[in-house]
Design a binder for this molecule. Sequence first.
Ligand code: THU
Length: 139
Amino acid sequence: MADTPDLSLLIEAARAARENAHAPYSKFKVGAAILGESGRIFAGCNVENAAYPQGQCAETSAIGAMVTAGDRRIRMIVVMGGEPGAAELCTPCGGCRQRIREFAAPDTPIHVCDPAGLRRSFTLDALLPQSFGPTNLAF
Ligand code: THU
């Protein structure tokens, strides 16, 4: 699609956001970038807190930026965390899968990256099967 930014633009947005992560406790910096319905890119980083449970994930920050700017649909999302070539992928946590679910479709791509680049791509449905969402409340 002509108005769809290249995946590499999203990856670079996630990388830049990750650089700004506030992760003094875990030392685990994460960046996320969303391609919104408007074609705009919204980025976020994890923001930890001395009161540990008050910390927030990068995906949550990016979703907040998207909603604040007026977009309501996620066309795709990139998450970047961990070390290059790490054994474990930085897949979204359970809470963030549900937050993505609110604004995405079952086939929405979730691209998981490390600082060296793309590691693996999933659909939302693969990461959150049989999910509960807005339509479940359509009573
Ligand atoms: N984190 C994210 O921001 N996104 C993920 O997908 C996984 C985990 C953050 C939360 C916390 O600040 C740090 O990474 C370690 O869990």
